[in-house]
Design a protein around this ligand. Structure first.
Ligand code: GLU
Length: 498
C-alpha cells in the first residue's frame, strides 16, 4: 500500500502554527514510507475563505520546508486540490448518498431550528437536529425543491447504540449515536461542509493515514458513517495532542502569537520552529530535544507520539532557536540574517520612512530600533498620561487588536482612516487615542509615524505588542472581556473597514 497523507487547512486567516504542526507529522510519515504528502485547501466556507490566506498558508509552509507532492499549485493525479473546485464531485456523491438512504433533504427554517434548540436547552438537553424532515416523501421533497425552498442535506444518524472508531494512539473510542448531530453535509449555497468534503476527498485522494489535531476526535463518528454508507475503507486516524497556551488552555491568538508569519518575522529559523513543533507531540528514543527534520522523519512512529497536551512555550522555542543560530557558520549567519532583514522589502520601507528625518546615518538606527527589533520593555508607568486613564488605554489597545484583524487592505492610509473612525466611536480625541498605541507599538510616546510603522511591522507583530501591552496594564479579566466584547459589538457595525 502506498502511504498517502494530507494536511487540509481552511484558508480563513493567517497561517496557523497548528497547520505547520500537523503538516510536519503528515509529511514526515508519508516520506518515511516513500509515500506522498498532499496539500488540500478546504475552502468550504465561502464567506470566510480568501485567496490571500490560501497563498499565505502555502508560502508559510514552503518557508518551513514543508512542501507537498500534490496540491493546488503543483497539481497531481487526484486534483483539483481546492474544495471550491470540486463542487460537481460533491454534488454527484451527495445525490448517491441520498439515494442509498444515508442522507436526507431538510427544509427547516432558521426560526424553527432556533426554537427546537432553545426548547432542548431549556430541558437540559444538548441542542441538535430533531429529525423533522427525515421522513419527507419523494413528492414532498420534489415539490419543495421546485418551489425553490432553500434546503440543506443532512447526514442520517442512527438513534440507538454507539459508534466505535479507532484512533491509533488511543485505541477504540466509543461515542453514543445519541450524542451525534444529524450534520449538514451540503449547505443551502450548494457548498459541502467540512465533514462531507473531508470524507469524500480523503477517500478519492486515497489518503491512508490522517494525523490531525485531537479537536477533530468528536467528528469521527460522522465521518465513519459516511464511509460506512458508501462502503469505503477509512484511513488510519492519529489525533495529535493540541498545542496549549502556558495556562494549558487550547492555543489561541488571544493569548499568544499563533501565526507562522510572526515567528518568521521575529527571526526564528524554520529548522528550529519545526524541531520545536516536533517535540510538541513526539519524543526521540534518546529523549534529545534538538534534531533535524530528516532525523525526525526517520524516527517518527505513532508509538512515540504522546497524547498529553504540550505547552507551546515561547521561551523554550527561543532557547532552541539560539542553539540553531549558534551552530551556524559566520557566512550562514550573514546570509540568513541578510535574507531576514532585506528579503521582504522591510529595510527599504524603513529607509524611506526615516530618509527625511535623518541628519547622520546613525540616526536611522535610533529611530527605527523598534521596527528592526523588539521594542523596549514596558511597565504600567509607561502608560501614565495626564488625560488618558489606564482603563482607556486597555480599551483602545483591545479594540485596536480586533480592528486590525479586519483590515483586508494592509496599508497605512487605510489603517489611519479606520483608526480615526474608532477614536470617534470611543469618543476620544485622536491624539489621546493614539497615545497607548504609540507606547505599545514603539515603546515610547513619540516615534516614527505610527501607521507606517504598523504597516511595516505587519499584523502579527503588532498584535503581539498590543497583547503584551494589555498584559503590562494588568490584562483583561473574563468580566472585562465580556464588557469590552459587548461594547465592540456595538461599534463594529458602524465601522467601515476596507
Ligand atoms: N480544515 C480542517 C482544519 O482546518 C481540517 C481538519 C482535518 O484535518 O480533517 O483544520
Amino acid at each position: 500500500m502506498t502511504i498517502r497523507t494530507r494536511v487540509a487547512p481552511s484558508p480563513t486567516g493567517l497561517p496557523h502554527l497548528g497547520t505547520a504542526y500537523v503538516a510536519l507529522f503528515n509529511r514526515a510519515f508519508a516520506h518515511q514510507h516513500r509515500g506522498k504528502f498532499v496539500l488540500r485547501m478546504e475552502d468550504t466556507d465561502v464567506e470566510r475563505s480568501d485567496a490571500k490566506s490560501d497563498q499565505a498558508i502555502q508560502d508559510a509552509l514552503r518557508w518551513l520546508g514543508l512542501d507537498w507532492d500534490e496540491g493546488p499549485d503543483v497539481g497531481g493525479p487526484h486534483g483539483p486540490y481546492r474544495c471550491s473546485e470540486r463542487l460537481s464531485i460533491y454534488h454527484d456523491l451527495i445525490a448517491e448518498l441520498v439515494s442509498i438512504g444515508g442522507a436526507f433533504h431538510c427544509f427547516c427554517t432558521k426560526e424553527r431550528l432556533d426554537e427546537v434548540r432553545s426548547n432542548q436547552r431549556q430541558q437540559g438537553l444538548v441542542p441538535k437536529y430533531d429529525g423533522h424532515c427525515i421522513g419527507l416523501s419523494m413528492q414532498e421533497i420534489e415539490s419543495q425543491i421546485e418551489e425553490g425552498v432553500p434546503h440543506v442535506i443532512r447526514l442520517k444518524v442512527p438513534t440507538d447504540g454507539s459508534c466505535v472508531f479507532h484512533d491509533t494512539l488511543r485505541g477504540p473510542i466509543e461515542i453514543p449515536w445519541g450524542q451525534v448531530d444529524m450534520q449538514i453535509l451540503l449547505k443551502s449555497d450548494r457548498f459541502p461542509t467540512y465533514h462531507f468534503a473531508a470524507s469524500v476527498d480523503d477517500h478519492l485522494m486515497e489518503i491512508s493515514h490522517i494525523f490531525r489535531g485531537e479537536e477533530w476526535l468528536s467528528s469521527c463518528p460522522k465521518h465513519q458513517l459516511i464511509y460506512t454508507y458508501f462502503g469505503w475503507e477509512q484511513p488510519e486516524l492519529i489525533h495529535l495532542p493540541l498545542l496549549r497556551n502556558p495556562d494549558h488552555s487550547k492555543i489561541s491568538k488571544r493569548k499568544q502569537s499563533t501565526s507562522i508569519n510572526y515567528f518568521r518575522r521575529c527571526g526564528y529559523l524554520p529548522e528550529a520552529l519545526l524541531n520545536y513543533l516536533a517535540t510538541m507531540g513526539f519524543s526521540m528514543p534518546d529523549e534529545r530535544e534538538m534534531f533535524s527534520f530528516q532525523e525526525f522523519q526517520e524516527a517518527l512512529t505513532p508509538a512515540r507520539v504522546s497524547t498529553s497536551g504540550p505547552v507551546f512555550d515561547l521561551a523554550k522555542l527561543s532557547w532552541l532557536n539560539g542553539q540553531y543560530i549558534r551552530s551556524l557558520s559566520h557566512s550562514e549567519l550573514k546570509e540568513k540574517m541578510g535574507a531576514w532583514a532585506f528579503g521582504d522589502g522591510r529595510a527599504d520601507a524603513i529607509l524611506r520612512l526615516v530618509h527625511d528625518r535623518t541628519e547622520r546615518f546613525d540616526d536611522v538606527f535610533s529611530q527605527a530600533d523598534y521596527l528592526l527589533g523588539e521594542r523596549a520593555t514596558l511597565t504600567a508607568e509607561s502608560f501614565n498620561h495626564k488625560k488618558v486613564t489606564s482603563e482607556d488605554c486597555v480599551r483602545v489597545l483591545y479594540f485596536s487588536q480586533l480592528l486590525l484583524e479586519q483590515i483586508k487592505n494592509w496599508d497605512s492610509d487605510v489603517i489611519s482612516e479606520t483608526f480615526k473612525q474608532l477614536a470617534a466611536l470611543l469618543e476620544l480625541k485622536f491624539r489621546e487615542f493614539l497615545f497607548p498605541l504609540f507606547v505599545a507599538i514603539s515603546g515610547r510616546s513619540v516615534s516614527l509615524p505610527l501607521f507606517d510603522s504598523i504597516q511595516i511591522l505587519g499584523l502579527d507583530v503588532v498584535n503581539a505588542r498590543l497583547r503584551s501591552a494589555i498584559n503590562v496594564l494588568g490584562g483583561v479579566s473574563k468580566k472585562v472581556t465580556k464588557r469590552l466584547d459587548a461594547e465592540w459589538h456595538q461599534h463594529a457595525s458602524q465601522l467601515i473597514v476596507r
